[in-house]
Design a protein around this ligand. Structure first.
Ligand code: HEM
Length: 410
């Protein structure tokens, strides 16, 4: 059953919780209320949630804030695995002394040109293999293998290994971060997490023996020229895990959210089928409309006064990407998917110097995934059963499954 705006007004903002089912199913109703009544809102756990676009952009660009990980100064309070993850993000920061970010940038830029055809073939092969199945799960059967395969190719996993690795990682259910291991800590991984990490160790060895032009070979080269204190072997594995996560999980969720939005807006879907040249604009709008990353975590470096609220130094600030992307002060009629909308400065990839490294690749890949899907599947319905949204990690918005029925293959 659909919620109305009224059903939300019963929730006092103080009660807002990320595990509340109504919030998980449709956070946008809550965001509207927050933007109007408490745009700088302190949650029960003490974190601040920012829901207006103008405040979100200014904080993302503000020297008064640290980006969690990328330029976090105080790691002393972090759990060892969180610290290992923050270290990975730190080496990817724009002004880090060792040029890991540049290596990622240049491989990703090359992939845009060189791998678009391979991505199209990957999408076609997957869709061809589904042909004539009356029901599919668009997440498990398409979004997952397509996006995992595509990022694996960029990273440098040999094609012959991708399918088996995709199954292993699929069973992790997005829990990549459990595979990140802290320096000098016994690795407590088991099962599929261990299989994944063991594979990455073997891949590193293989690429050291026979380097290629892929991302992993470039990262090895950058690491070899760096101080071993900057990048240990465990650190390199963690960095690879982070890159798989960034390139796979967000992309996969995007495709699921976009297919759902197109189903819910049949006019847009028809327009895209009739004029595939609209796809580039549509991707930008779909990213705004239901952003796969809903929150970016910042830490206040100093006291920040915003709309009469005082955020104390060290306090956590969640930039509400999904909320800002539906701010009526910036986006006219924000709850409407409008693929003809003039391209907007949405915040789905963040903003400023820490903006997503893979943004262009993501848009190209998203365009390929959706246009091939619409070319192969000429009609589809979302099955009439409740949709389940993932709740971990809470920064993401993505479906566990997107069951489709009434499929018509062209
Ligand atoms: C629709 C897909 C994607 C979305 C919505 C997305 C979104 C984001 C966001 C919001 C950030 C954080 C920016 C910040 O901290 O201010 C980020 C960072 C990053 N993204 Fe993406 N991204 C996507 C796809 C990709 C792809 C395909 C890659 C492939 C290389 C990638 C690589 C990265 C990396 C390396 C970072 C920096 C590390 C981090 O802060 O997590 N992303 N992305």
């Amino acid at each position: 059953m659909h919620q109305t705006a009224n059903s939300v007004s019963n929730h006092h903002p103080k009660q807002l919780s990320f595990s509340d089912n109504a919030m998980v199913d449709n956070p946008y109703l809550f965001y509207h209320q927050l933007r109007e009544t408490s745009p700088v809102y302190q949650m029960q756990q003490g974190r601040w949630l920012i829901s207006r676009y103008a405040n979100a952009v200014s904080l993302l660009n503000s020297p008064q804030c640290d980006h969690w990980g990328q330029n976090l100064r105080d790691m002393s309070r972090l759990h060892p695995t969180e610290a290992a993850l923050a270290q990975c993000l730190q080496v990817l920061a724009p002004n880090h002394a060792v040029p890991f970010r540049q290596a990622v940038h240049s491989v990703v830029a090359r992939a845009l040109n060189e791998q678009a055809t391979a991505m199209t073939h990957r999408a076609d092969a997957l869709l061809q293999s589904l042909r004539d199945r009356p029901h599919i799960d668009a997440m498990a059967d398409y979004a997952h293998p397509f996006t995992f395969g595509s990022i694996s190719q960029v990273i440098g996993v040999p094609e012959a290994d991708i399918s088996a690795l995709s199954e292993v990682v699929g069973r992790l259910q997005g829990n990549y971060l459990s595979c990140v291991s802290a320096e000098n800590q016994e690795n407590l991984l088991q099962g599929d997490g261990q299989v994944f990490v063991d594979y990455l160790h073997r891949l590193l060895e293989e690429k050291r023996r026979a380097p290629q032009t892929d991302l992993i070979s470039q990262l090895i080269q950058v690491a070899e020229h760096a101080d071993p204190d900057v990048m240990s072997e465990a650190g390199l594995i963690n960095l690879l895990i982070l890159l798989f996560y960034a390139g796979h999980q967000n992309m996969m969720n995007f495709i699921g959210n976009a297919l759902l939005a197109l189903f819910q807006h049949p006019d847009s879907c028809t327009a895209l089928r009739q004029d595939p040249a609209l796809m580039d604009k549509a991707i930008i709008e779909l990213l705004r409309f239901d952003s796969p990353v809903q929150y970016i975590l910042l830490i206040a470096r100093e006291a920040i006064t915003l709309r009469s609220q005082v955020i104390a130094p060290g306090e956590e600030i969640l930039i509400g990407v999904g909320a800002a992307n539906r701010d009526p002060e910036v986006f006219e009629n924000p709850d409407q998917l409008d693929i003809h909308r003039r391209p907007t400065q949405h915040l789905a990839f963040g903003a400023g110097i820490f903006r997503c490294i893979g943004a262009q690749l993501a848009q190209r890949q998203g365009g390929i995934a959706l246009s091939r899907f619409l070319a192969h599947i000429t009609d589809f319905q979302v099955a009439d059963e409740p949709l389940r949204w993932r709740t971990t990690p809470m920064v993401q918005r993505g479906l566990y499954a997107l069951p489709l029925a009434g499929l018509n293959y062209g």
